[in-house]
Ligand binder design. Structure first.
Ligand code: AHR
Length: 498
């Protein structure tokens, strides 16, 4: 059977906010140390940043960068991370049972963000700290000069304020694992008061309240409703986090993970709008999907790690082609809701469930998941078109009948080019595709690339860093306004039309 859809320039979802292609740098494992930062590495610059990693981050096309956590932020003392490096204290990091040296801190992070032309997204600690420390950090980071904290930043060598516009009010405060975990009522109050205080300094900040850590949380939706009832008028975003893995060999359900992502997004939108309606508010809350990825959470760590080790090897998942296909379908899910999901962060950036891996003192390389992200960031800018595909389906354990095709399309208004992002979830058969594109003024296929492999477990490793890359696909044609293609089994596809 053939999967079919129609595109029409008059039917759009919304414009893609570039911040949809954000990522996340947490003080966790080797994301920072020997990841982005490794003084003494052959490629390190004067500030200790690995330039081989900087180059890959630029190639990845990352926009927003969330920092410093994650669970780490709930023990974060920002003052420890500024000033002369040799005077910074070593601290216990309760979240990851590691020792934090603070050799990389706020100034180093903003230097890193500047070097990759990104935008910082800073989280404040609402686990073990509160309103006072949040506004002190804001003053240190953003106030020009003339106060003790802003002058402290200047004395530390940064005359210009960091001008951080986007802030997270804590992290996963609904999770019992979070240091300083709160009930929705407790968190809603502290989020509202922190937001009000931060806006007293600067009314134009963009603020993200913590939503649920995933859709399966017992408190899901009630949490969002209760938190937003307290802080609706003070924040701009509610956060969503979701991680997926193959469980009990059920690949069919794993491949359908984006079904959960889309329902999660739609349920959070419904909840936000319900609260907005109850409050008779004219304001709309958008979604910050600020942690998403494939993560093999239930697998034991293959690396030996000791308690309170510095930069241990944690969460260093090695991704397969199958993982990259699921990952691509998650990107499609985000794009399909670009009208409300206007910030998203791939968790994380380097070494820790990451598209970029490094070896201390050694090379850096691209995981399989690097490619869908880089392609979506490069070609997924513009307006998302409405796609209602008529696709053959397959049965899954977890989600019932699921379409074999997961698809979205983005139109670049300036050039008129349209890029179709498509996943074939069929593990064994090609999926024929036919799309009616009349009215878009398209005449030719510029490129069709696919990420697929005869071995669905193929991966890139230190020994074989370029085993998996996207390849060009022949035979895709556009004639009389009709696109015809065939998608390889278990594949991520990018079809560019001009
Ligand atoms: O990204 C890894 C962890 O996952 C983050 O620290 C936390 O927010 C989430 O549970």
């Amino acid at each position: 059977a053939t999967a079919r859809f129609t595109l029409d320039p008059a039917f759009t979802v919304g414009d893609v906010d570039p911040r949809l292609f954000g990522s996340f740098v947490e003080h966790l494992g080797r994301c920072v140390y020997t990841g982005v930062y490794e003084p003494g590495h052959p490629t390190a610059d004067a500030e200790g940043l690995r330039t081989d990693v900087l180059e890959l981050v630029r190639e990845l096309g990352v926009t927003t960068l969330r920092y410093p956590g994650g669970n780490f932020v709930s023990g974060y003392r920002w003052e420890d991370s500024v000033g002369p490096r040799e005077e910074r204290p070593r601290r216990l990091d309760l979240a990851w049972r590691s020792t934090e040296s603070n050799r990389f801190g706020l100034a180093e992070f903003t230097d890193f963000v500047r070097k990759v032309s990104g935008e910082p997204m800073l989280a404040v600690n609402l686990g073990t700290r509160g309103v006072a420390e949040a506004i002190q950090l804001q003053e240190y980071a953003n106030h020009p000069s003339g106060t003790e904290l802003s002058d402290r930043r200047i004395a530390h060598g940064d005359k210009d304020p960091y001008n951080i516009r986007l802030w997270c009010l804590g992290n996963e405060m609904d999770g019992p694992w979070q240091t300083g975990h709160k009930t929705a009522a407790e968190y809603g109050r502290v989020a509202a008061e922190t937001a009000r205080a931060m806006r007293q300094i600067d009314p134009d900040l963009e603020l993200v309240a913590c939503g649920s850590s995933n859709q399966a949380m017992e408190t899901f939706a009630a949490w969002e409703a209760e938190v937003l009832a307290e802080c609706y008028e003070h924040v701009d975003f509610i956060s969503l986090h979701a991680y997926y893995e193959e469980k009990d060999g059920d690949r069919g359900s794993f491949l359908a993970s984006a079904v959960d992502t889309e329902s999660f997004i739609e349920n959070v939108i419904a909840t936000c709008d319900h609260v907005g309606a109850r409050l008779k508010s004219k304001k709309r809350i958008n979604l910050s999907f600020d942690e998403w990825n494939v993560w093999y959470q239930s697998r034991p760590n293959p690396h030996p790690v000791e308690d309170w080790q510095e930069a241990p090897r944690l969460l260093e998942d090695v991704y397969t082609v199958t993982d990259a296909v699921v990952f691509g379908s998650l990107l499609i899910a985000l794009l399909r809701h670009a009208d409300r999901v206007t910030v998203a962060c791939l968790a994380q950036l380097v070494n820790v469930i990451a598209p970029i891996m490094t070896e201390p003192g050694g090379p850096a390389w691209r995981q399989t998941t690097f490619f869908p992200f880089a392609q979506a960031s490069r070609h997924g800018r513009g307006t998302v078109l409405e796609v209602r595909a008529d696709s053959p389906t397959y049965p899954t354990e977890r989600y019932g009948e699921v379409p074999l095709l997961q698809v979205t399309a983005v139109r670049d208004e300036a050039s008129g080019e349209v890029t179709v992002f498509a996943v074939n979830r069929d593990q064994h058969a090609e999926l024929p595709l036919e799309a009616a594109l009349h009215g878009l003024g398209l005449t030719r296929v510029l490129e069709h690339t696919a990420l697929a492999d005869a071995d669905p477990e193929a991966r890139n490793t230190l020994a074989e860093p370029e085993r998996v890359t996207p390849h060009a696909r022949e035979g895709t044609e556009l004639r009389d306004g009709v696109l015809r293609a065939s998608l390889e089994p278990l594949s991520w596809n990018v079809i560019r039309l001009g």
